[in-house]
Design a protein around this ligand. Sequence first.
Ligand SMILES: C[S@@+](CC[C@H](N)C(=O)[O-])C[C@H]1O[C@@H](n2cnc3c(N)ncnc32)[C@H](O)[C@@H]1O
Length: 228
Amino acid sequence: MKTESLTTQSRKVVSNQAAEHDNLTEIVSKHLATDFQRPIAQHNIEAYQYAISQINKPHIIFDSGCGNGKSTLNLAARYPEAFIIGIDKSHHRLTKLANKSDAANNYCLVRADLIDFWRLAANDNIKLLHHFILYPNPWPKKHHLKRRWHGSPVFKQILALGGMIELRSNWQMYLEEFSIALSLVNCSATVQALTLAKKDYISDFEAKYHSSEQTLWQLNANLDIDSD
Ligand SMILES: C[S@@+](CC[C@H](N)C(=O)[O-])C[C@H]1O[C@@H](n2cnc3c(N)ncnc32)[C@H](O)[C@@H]1O
């Protein structure tokens, strides 16, 4: 998907996939059965250590792919008993939000690649209260399947981090596939259309997609009680 300005109207996701990917089950099963060996970059280790050193609450929430961090701030206000770690690989996005709230001290924003950050956290046996993955890049072309989080080798670490997971997307198929991937570890998820009022927008991408009259979708699952 092309990166779009937040001020412009956004187009619906266009995909050459009419249903879930034919190879979805095979690829997810293969990743679940193998270890992901790619070395972890030093800058991601440093970002992870910094984030962990900031935790000042008994519970941890990840806002994975937090963009400019607006959702991280919203989550910090919504969950005062938890520490929210907003993670994004884009320095440009992370530094974009002019008004970072000083009212909340229960969050931090870090620049890191989630592929490494999630592996570091799972290796440390971090257990999340909630895990938000809001509007992940859809990678809608068929040959992009392995770039979607459920098609990636790091899906196993997403499961290991546990918690109540919530994904939101403007592409229903992404969430239906994620749900099928979860079913392979006996975890049931709900996928439903999201009804929203303007005042409840959690992130800038949510605002952009919703104000372009796109249907938004939400997946919820409890990774603690259901998964193997
Ligand atoms: C469509 S934007 C959504 C941003 C935000 N969640 C929102 O709703 O406004 C997807 C975000 O995921 C981030 N992202 C994609 N792949 C990533 C990765 N491997 N590691 C960290 N961030 C990643 C991008 O930099 C981008 O900011």
